[in-house]
Design a protein around this ligand. Structure first.
Ligand code: SF4
Length: 488
C-alpha cells in the first residue's frame, strides 16, 4: 500500500518547475512563455507603466492568450495617456529587435498589434509601434514570480493522463494528503499575489481589487478589477457617496448604464432614469477614465453574475467601509466549522435593495421573489480565492501564528465549491473519473487545480515531458523500500 506521510508537494513542484525553466532558459533570463504568463496574470506595477516613447499606459484587459499562429494575445484593451482606450493585439518578445527578426513587420497576421511587450530595452524598435519593457516594471522579483507562476501553456484535452494509472491505486488517505499539500501551495501563492499588490496600494485596496475581480467571475475579471483600481479616484472628488451614487458612478465609468430605456419594464426604466439623472452631472468628471462597454462579456454566465448586479453589492461594501475589519472579526471569532460559511455569508451579504434584490440587471423583468445579492457558491469562491489568502497573509506578515493557523484551518475545512468544467477535466485526466464522494472540501479541489496548473499545463495532451508520473513512481519505490526495511 502507498501512503503519503512525508512527501513535500512544494518540493516536487519546485523541482519540476526548475527543470522546466532550466530546460528553456539556460542563462536564467525569462523565456518568452514565462513573460506571456506574467502578462496573462498582469504581475506588473500596473499604476506607473510607461512605454519606451514616454507615454503612460494602462492595461485595461491583457487580451486572450492565443496559442495558435499570430500575436501572443488577442483583443487586449489598452489606454495610452488619456486617449480613448483601444483594442488591439499584443506581441511579447524578449527584445525589440525580434519584431523585425521574427518577420512580424511583414506578416499580415500582426497588423492588429498595438503593443510590443519586451523583456529588455534595445536600440531596434518596430516603427511606430509602442514598446513596453517589462524589466524593472514587475510587481515582484523575477525569482519570486518564477516560483509562483511557473510556466503556462495549452490546456490539455480530455485524454487520461499518464499519471492516472498510478494515482488510481493510491488509497484515499494518501491522495488526500497529496492534494492537501498542493492546496497549501495554492493558498500561499494567492497570498503572495495579494501581498505583492498590497506593497503597491495597501492591504485594503488590494483586498477590494481582488474581491471585485472575483465578482467578475471568469468573464469579467479584468474590467471589475479595473473599476476597483479606480475607486480612489471615484471616492476622491466628493467624499464617500451613498450606495446608489457610488453604484451609479461605477456603472457610468464602467460603461454599463444602458443607453436606452426598455419601454416595457417600468421599474427598470425608472431606475435607469434616476441613474442617468445622476450620471449626467458627473460624466464629464470621469470621462477620461471611463471604460468602453465592449470590455465586458455578457454571455456565458448565470444571471446572478451580471456585472451590473455584482457592482451593486460591491458598492455596498465600499460605502460601508468596514469590510476588512469585519472579515478580521470573523476570523477571530470562535466558530464551529459548520457555521463558518454562513457567518461569512452574513458579513458579505449586502442589505436587501429595493431594486437589485428584485432584478438581475437593467434589462430584465422584475423577479417573482427577491434574491440575495450573494449566494453560497460565490461566498465559497470569495473565501477560498481571496478572503482566506488575504487574512492568512496578513497574519503571516504580522507574525500572528495563532491567527494564521485559524485561517489555514478554515481554508482546509471549507466545504467543496460548485463543480466546474476545469475540475471535471482535471479529475478525468489525473484520477480517471469523478470520485464524487472524495472531493468534500474546497481545499481538495484547489489541490487538484494546482497540480493541473503545475504539471498538466506545462505539458500537452500526450503528457510529454511531464515529470509528475516519475515523481509518483520514485516516491512509491522509496516508500516501499523504506517499509520493507522497517519490517525486517
Ligand atoms: S500532464 Fe502530467 S500531471 Fe497532467 S495528466 Fe499528464 S502525467 Fe498527469
Amino acid at each position: 500500500m502507498v501512503s503519503f506521510p512525508s512527501v513535500s508537494y512544494a518540493q516536487w513542484r519546485a523541482q519540476a518547475l526548475s527543470v522546466l525553466l532550466l530546460r528553456e532558459s539556460p542563462d536564467g533570463t525569462p523565456t518568452e512563455r514565462f513573460l506571456q504568463t506574467i502578462w496573462l496574470h498582469q504581475r506588473l506595477r500596473r499604476d506607473g507603466l510607461v512605454t519606451g516613447d514616454g507615454r503612460a499606459i494602462r492595461i485595461l484587459h491583457p487580451g486572450f492568450w492565443n496559442h495558435e499562429a499570430g500575436p501572443d494575445f488577442r483583443d487586449a484593451l489598452i489606454q495610452f495617456n488619456d486617449d480613448f482606450p483601444q483594442t488591439g493585439d499584443v506581441e511579447i518578445d524578449l527584445h525589440p529587435s525580434a519584431w523585425h527578426g521574427h518577420g512580424h513587420d511583414v506578416n499580415p497576421a500582426y497588423r492588429g498589434v498595438r503593443l510590443h511587450v519586451v523583456w529588455a530595452p534595445g536600440s531596434a524598435k518596430p516603427a511606430s509601434l509602442p514598446t513596453l519593457v517589462l524589466q524593472g516594471q514587475l510587481d515582484s522579483p523575477l525569482d519570486e514570480l518564477r516560483h509562483w507562476l511557473g510556466v503556462d501553456t495549452l490546456l490539455p484535452d480530455s485524454m487520461r493522463g499518464r499519471c492516472q494509472p498510478l494515482l488510481r491505486d493510491w488509497p484515499d488517505a494518501s491522495l488526500r494528503e497529496l492534494l492537501r499539500q498542493a492546496a497549501e501551495v495554492r493558498l500561499q501563492r494567492k497570498g503572495q499575489e495579494l501581498a505583492a499588490r498590497a506593497r503597491e496600494v495597501g492591504w485594503n485596496q488590494a483586498l477590494q481589487e481582488a474581491l471585485f475581480a472575483a465578482l467578475g467571475y471568469k468573464h469579467n475579471v479584468w474590467p471589475m478589477r479595473r473599476l476597483a483600481e479606480l475607486l480612489p479616484q471615484l471616492l476622491d472628488s466628493s467624499g464617500v457617496p451613498d450606495r446608489f451614487q457610488l453604484h451609479t458612478r461605477l456603472l457610468g465609468v464602467g460603461g454599463l448604464l444602458p443607453a436606452e430605456l426598455t419601454r416595457s419594464r417600468p421599474t427598470v426604466d425608472d431606475y435607469t432614469r434616476r441613474a442617468w439623472d445622476l450620471w449626467w452631472r458627473e460624466k464629464e468628471t470621469y470621462d477620461a477614465i471611463a471604460l468602453p462597454e465592449r470590455i465586458w462579456r455578457f454571455h456565458g454566465f448565470r444571471p446572478s453574475n451580471h456585472p451590473q448586479r455584482r457592482l451593486a453589492l460591491a458598492a455596498q461594501w465600499v460605502v460601508a467601509g468596514d469590510l476588512p475589519q469585519r472579515l478580521e472579526s470573523w476570523l477571530a471569532a470562535e466558530l464551529p466549522p459548520a457555521r463558518e460559511p454562513s457567518k461569512l455569508m452574513r458579513v458579505l451579504q449586502g442589505q436587501s435593495d429595493p431594486f437589485w434584490s428584485w432584478h438581475w440587471n437593467l434589462h430584465a423583468r422584475r423577479l417573482a421573489r427577491p434574491q440575495p445579492l450573494l449566494g453560497p457558491q460565490r461566498v465559497t469562491d470569495l473565501a477560498i480565492n481571496v478572503i482566506l489568502p488575504w487574512l492568512r497573509m496578513r497574519a503571516v506578515i504580522g507574525a500572528n501564528h495563532p491567527l494564521q493557523q485559524v485561517a489555514e484551518q478554515r481554508y482546509f475545512d471549507w466545504p467543496a465549491a460548485e463543480d466546474n468544467a476545469t475540475l471535471r477535466l482535471a479529475r478525468q485526466r489525473l484520477l480517471g473519473g469523478p470520485r464524487p464522494r472524495f472531493f468534500r472540501t474546497a481545499a481538495l479541489q484547489q489541490g487538484l487545480l494546482q497540480i493541473e496548473r503545475d504539471f498538466c499545463q506545462q505539458s500537452n495532451a500526450l503528457c510529454e515531458h511531464c515529470p509528475f508520473p516519475g515523481l509518483l513512481d520514485a516516491y512509491k519505490d522509496d516508500h516501499e523500500c523504506g517499509a520493507a526495511r522497517g519490517s525486517m
